[in-house]
Design a protein around this ligand. Structure first.
Ligand code: ISC
Length: 368
């Protein structure tokens, strides 16, 4: 069960991964400033931190020091999606505007202003019946090939009553003692229900110069950020092809050893987030481009995870997710894609539509 009731502290955080599930119960302290939370766990003022950090480091985080952090060796079992009907749907922005923004990004790349920029669009939905947080978390785990799923009670940190839920396949970092691992994802191809077409899509992705270039920006960035604080950083020169329920991705498993083990998993999340999988290259120019064209992303594109008193923990990139309002009838979901010189605006729009299916499928909503 996702939310065991210990009679005292409700579950405010869940992260399901193939190797197990971590839950945060209750909250002793709330943090909306990421640096304050990082300082508190580094100095031993709190035993653990769970929650979400925003895309824009100046934005509000949703972090708490839980009363207890529990580990279960199994991922969430998952549950079939429950059907929801959409009573209203609003795109931010409409599809033609997203295509125009992609065209603008391609031009900025051609002009030499930026090398890669990740552009996202959001969809606001009103649904009936009201979504149930625990059921939805189970459906997200059910739909992911590795049972990846997360839930953050944003309301526990900010008081707004919302939950951030998702099934991100992308590991920003995991820290276990001195060992740091990461699994950046970038480069995508929609999957097909026809097995032959599906296999061909995976093979074409592995050979796609455009996607390999898009992926390399993320691996290079992680090397640059982790290199100075780690010894023996290992990253294969060719990415793997990995599947979610809806998409094939290029992924690179990275492993390194920290030189200084007083660095915590939350320190590392702040050092690495946002990577060029959600922002771009160079980071500052891409972030400025995103700020100029998109609505503020809030928690989308940031990181979700936990950090314990030993400094160990795991943080996922906050993608394939939704934020569910307190009334449980309203939500926002997002999808983005990396734009590089060889991008095509219609293909980029289609890629975001495929990515939106992760959340829509978990809600039992047919695409449109
Ligand atoms: C930004 C998203 O995906 C990132 C992660 C994997 C592949 C991506 C891509 O191919 O563009 C994106 O970099 C998203 O799902 O909203």
């Amino acid at each position: 069960m996702a939310f065991p009731d210990d009679g005292v502290s409700p579950v405010v955080f869940v992260l399901s991964r193939p190797h197990g599930t971590v839950r945060g119960h209750g909250h002793r302290r709330r943090f909306t400033e990421t640096a304050d939370a990082a300082h508190a766990v580094r100095t031993g003022a709190v035993d653990a931190i769970t929650g979400a950090i925003p895309f824009d480091p100046d934005d509000r985080a949703a972090l708490v020091a839980p009363v207890a952090l529990t580990h279960d060796s199994a991922p969430l079992a998952g549950a079939r999606p429950r059907r929801h009907d959409v009573t209203s749907r609003t795109y931010h922005p409409d599809r033609p505007v997203h295509r125009d923004r992609v065209t603008r990004a391609i031009k900025a790349i051609a002009d030499g202003a930026v090398d890669k920029v990740v552009l996202a669009r959001a969809v606001d939905l009103a649904i009936a019946p009201a979504a149930d947080v625990e059921d939805l978390l189970g459906a997200l785990a059910h739909g992911n090939t590795e049972h990846n799923a997360f839930g953050v009670n944003v309301g526990a940190a900010t008081g707004d009553g919302s939950w951030l839920l998702g099934a991100s396949p992308e590991v920003l970092l995991r820290k276990d003692g001195r060992v740091v691992t990461a699994q950046p994802y970038a480069g995508s191809a929609p999957r097909s229900s026809d097995p032959e077409t599906d296999r061909a899509a995976a093979a074409a992705l592995a050979a796609s110069g455009k996607d390999l270039a898009e992926h390399a920006f993320v691996v290079d960035y992680l090397r640059d950020r982790l290199g100075p604080i780690c010894a023996d950083l290992q990253a294969p020169s060719t990415p793997e092809v990995r599947a979610t329920g809806e998409i094939w991705h290029l992924a690179t498993p990275i492993r390194a050893t920290l030189r200084d083990d007083s660095v915590t998993a939350l320190d590392l999340a702040l050092l690495l987030s946002p990577t060029p999988a959600v922002c771009g290259t160079p980071s500052d120019v891409a972030a400025q481009f995103i700020r100029e064209v998109e609505e503020p992303r809030g928690l989308y594109g940031g990181a979700v995870g936990w950090c314990d008193a030993a400094g160990d923990g795991e943080w996922m990139v906050t993608i394939r997710c939704l934020q569910l309002a307190e009334d449980r009838h309203h939500l926002r979901t997002w999808a983005g894609g990396g734009i590089v010189a060889q991008s095509d605006p219609q293909a980029e729009l289609d890629e975001t539509t495929a990515k939106l299916r992760t959340v829509l499928t978990a809600l039992g909503i047919a695409d449109s």
